[in-house]
Ligand binder design. Structure first.
Ligand code: NAD
Ligand code: MG
Length: 388
């Protein structure tokens, strides 16, 4: 029986994780759950899975929840310290990190520093502080298992192979809903259109990131630190069908990849059960019926966010954290209909241009850059965007 904590349990990855748990009740026991502000969903999850401790970052929501559950049976914590306490809950074997955004950095780090194994969906902390997180993981004997489908595919394609034989890693990208739109059509993208992903049902933030291709940029940076592969060996290809989840090319010309229906329960369950596989038994992958798989190079002129992510990796220091923070601010504003779709890369680019490098030695340094970049991006939004 594996005892698990889920950070971000009320979200899309959280729900898929709990779905895997309910399919294999003999394998997993949920000991802790944490989320942002949805006390209603968390209450339902408490009744279904009986965790010992939960936390909500929103203190009002935590208060409401305390009034509705039996607090002699369950501890309800609040705020960031509460999330960190759930992350390092002692009777736990694996922490599923699935909060969205930089808000997941401290809780995920708490889990690592407490020596918990981590299954990582929350890519933003890896973008902000990948090197520091891996250093901490090494220090505390922690393995970070990827949940992101591309990284799970890379991980699976590296199994049984020597890392020095890798020539390059190719991340696949669906291209999002606007892949074949013209540059002028992109000026008129609506929020509703951007929230309709062709292949995946996900949280709002990552859905917008997929539409701008920033998601792939974040994933390139995530792969850089998860697998310790320099960016010169990390490529991206557009693959509309989301069947091939990424590829690893070896020095002898062999290309190994992992295929499957686009269903996050597959990579989630692989990270949870590694090195075993469990019978999720989705419909068979009928390639004869799918007929063809298509590929094309990414267009970074129409979708500059991907290039900005490569630039951030090349610049190093706090530039990836700056990219991430500016993106979070811009996407948040787009989700509130305050800026246009094409303003998102503009805000990020302007914020990155304003960054002057300082050494990043500690997590506090990262958080300082993050705060500065959020503030700067908000300032940039006043000047560099077109009114909606
Ligand atoms: P979501 O918006 O559906 O859920 C986010 C979760 O984080 C919720 O439980 C929410 O309550 C919690 N949260 C938000 N702000 C918080 C805060 N300040 N403090 C504590 N908790 C907070 O998002 P999602 O689609 O499940 O994505 C979660 C993460 O996984 C993201 O980093 C995303 O990039 C990554 N990811 C998601 C998918 C997917 O298919 N959804 C695939 C790969 C990677
Ligand atoms: Mg992904």
């Amino acid at each position: 029986m594996k005892r698990i904590v889920i950070l971000g349990s009320t979200g899309s990855i959280g729900a898929s994780t709990l779905d895997v748990v309910s399919k294999f009740p003999d394998r997993f026991q949920v000991v802790g759950l944490a989320a942002g502000s949805n006390d209603q969903i968390l209450e339902d999850q408490i009744r279904a899975f009986h965790p010992k401790v939960v936390a909500l970052s929103n203190t009002d929501a935590a208060k409401r929840l305390r009034e509705r559950v039996d607090t002699t049976q369950i501890e309800v914590l609040e705020g960031e310290p509460g999330l960190c306490d759930v992350a390092k809950f002692p009777e736990c074997d694996l922490v599923i990190s699935a909060i969205v955004g930089g808000a997941g950095l401290k809780p995920t780090l708490s889990a690592i520093q407490a020596g918990r194994q981590v299954a990582l969906a929350n890519k933003e902390p890896m973008v902000m502080a990948g090197q520091l997180m891996q250093q901490e993981a090494l220090k505390h004997g922690v393995t970070i298992f990827p949940i992101d489908s591309e990284h799970s595919a890379i991980f699976q394609s590296m199994e049984g192979h020597r890392k020095i034989d890798i020539r390059r890693v190719v991340l696949t990208a669906s291209g999002g809903p606007f892949w074949d739109w013209s540059a002028s059509d992109l000026e008129h993208v609506t929020l509703e259109q951007a929230l309709k992903h062709p292949n995946w049902k996900m949280g709002d933030k990552i859905t917008i990131d997929s539409a701008t291709l920033m998601n792939k940029g974040l994933e390139v940076i995530e792969a850089r630190w998860l697998f310790d592969i320099p960016s010169a060996h990390l490529d991206v290809v557009i693959h509309r069908e989301s069947i091939i989840h990424s590829l690893v090319e070896y020095c002898d010309g062999s290309v190994i990849s992992q295929l499957g229906h686009p269903d996050m329960r597959t990579p989630i369950s692989y990270a949870m059960n590694y090195p075993e596989r469990v019978p999720l038994l989705p419909p068979l992958l009928d390639l004869g019926k799918i007929g063809k798989l298509t590929f094309s190079p990414p267009n970074t002129e129409k979708f500059p966010c991907l290039q900005l992510a490569y630039d951030a990796l090349a610049g190093g220091a706090g530039l990836p954290a700056t990219l991430n923070a500016a993106n979070e601010v811009a996407v948040h504003a787009f989700l509130k209909n305050q800026i246009a779709f094409l303003d998102i890369p503009k805000v990020i680019q302007e914020t990155m241009s304003a960054y002057s490098p300082t050494p990043l030695a500690t997590i506090e340094d990262v958080l300082h850059v993050d705060q500065w970049a959020r503030q700067t991006a908000k300032e940039m939004m006043k000047t560099c965007v077109t009114p909606v």
